[in-house]
Design a protein around this ligand. Structure first.
Ligand code: MRU
Length: 354
């Protein structure tokens, strides 16, 4: 296992926070136009925020889910009858962990905090839940810094980097996963420019990654998703593609924002290393291969909404799978806080994750 000093970088914005009994979420639907925060005092508000992409990005969803359990526990304590209380709490746990199906960090975080309940949901148990949620949050900040250091070690000097979706402060508790690597490599003067893909249909790359690059002073040139292969051919200094993950199967197959698979194929063809950066909480070792990863189908309306005034008056037949699976064989390495898994395979995943 390799060791590195974690990156000293800090997030410039907090996507999720806990303040005075509320889960505070930066409303990412409104970025980059408006920076507004939503104060959630009930777990149902957090569930709704997760479903509507107010908060998004696998690790950030996990942290928000953990705080949602803390809110649910507080709510359920108002029920006097113990078996009714525990039933209500179970229902809340199911509702929270199923708010989005692909990002395994959500279920992982909910299960982890729920384990702290013990025999009965009482005041002490609710305190333990909140403690555990804070712990998940703090750990994610540190994981990001470790991932950034491992990842930056793989980036050669004079690089430009292509990335997908948003994987920075906005998607995690800290500086990000893939974008955290970019930030650290930029700090070390290895990277001169980032090419964020716009990431249709809801444009996390165009709206969020550019916003973060701007805030961190990192030069960027936005490209639309179907320009990626052409840019790889044209710009010889694109020396790496790096993305995040929503779930990684035991054999190293990776589910991430739809379009990641096409980017990995293009990178392979152009002999550009393709890296995935994710904390160990994104690994799902119970799922043998990517074929078994549940893929979230979102409303087709999301796709046509993006057409704005150009939306045709006839009914649009469309589908909207939110994620795809990139086979391990297209991935040069997976970077997690415990080390670099290269090449990704069942043996190498279990060697690093222990
Ligand atoms: O639908 P989203 O915006 O939640 O999708 C996010 C992604 O696909 C990210 O790449 C992934 O969650 C990793 S975030 C560090």
């Amino acid at each position: 296992m390799n060791t590195f000093t974690p990156s000293p970088l800090q997030p410039v914005v907090h996507a999720v926070n806990w303040r005075e009994g509320s889960c505070v979420l930066l409303d990412q639907r409104k970025l980059p136009r408006e920076e507004t925060y939503l104060e959630c005092r009930a777990y149902e508000q957090v569930v709704d925020a997760i479903k509507t992409l107010t908060v998004r990005g696998a690790p950030a969803i996990g942290i928000a889910g953990a705080y949602a359990v803390a809110l649910a526990a507080e709510e359920c304590l108002r029920i006097d009858n113990l078996s009714a209380r525990s039933r209500a709490f179970e229902n809340a746990l199911n509702e929270i962990s199923s708010a989005r199906p692909t990002a395994v960090n959500l279920k992982w975080a909910v299960d982890r905090v729920a384990k702290r309940v013990g025999d009965n949901l009482d005041v002490r148990a609710a305190e333990r839940i909140l403690e555990e949620a804070h712990c998940i949050h703090r750990e994610d900040i540190l994981c990001n810094q470790q991932i950034a250091a491992f990842g930056a070690s793989l980036i050669p000097a004079d690089s430009e980097i292509i990335t997908y979706c948003n994987t920075g402060d906005l998607a995690t508790g800290g500086i990000g996963t893939a974008l955290g690597v970019v930030k650290e490599a930029y700090r070390l003067r290895k990277v001169s420019r980032v090419y964020p893909c716009e990431t249709r249909p809801v444009m996390q790359g165009m709206r969020l990654t550019t916003w973060e690059c701007q805030r961190n002073g990192i030069p960027f040139s936005l490209i639309c998703d179907n320009m990626a292969a052409a840019m790889m051919r044209r710009i010889k200094t694109i020396r790496a593609a790096i993305v995040g993950a929503d779930r990684i199967a035991a054999n190293g197959d990776v589910a991430n924002k739809v379009g990641t698979y096409a980017l990995a194929i293009a990178a392979k063809y152009h002999e550009i290393p393709f890296y995935v950066a994710a904390p160990s909480s994104t690994f799902d070792l119970q799922t043998e291969t990517g074929a078994f990863i549940p893929i979230e189908d979102r409303s087709p309306e999301e796709l046509v909404q993006a057409l704005g005034e150009n939306r045709p008056s006839f009914p649009m037949g469309s589908i909207n799978p939110s994620f795809d699976v990139t086979p391990a064989e297209l991935i040069t390495a997976i970077i997690c806080e415990k080390g670099i898994i290269s090449p990704p395979s069942k043996e190498n995943v279990s060697k690093i994750l222990g």
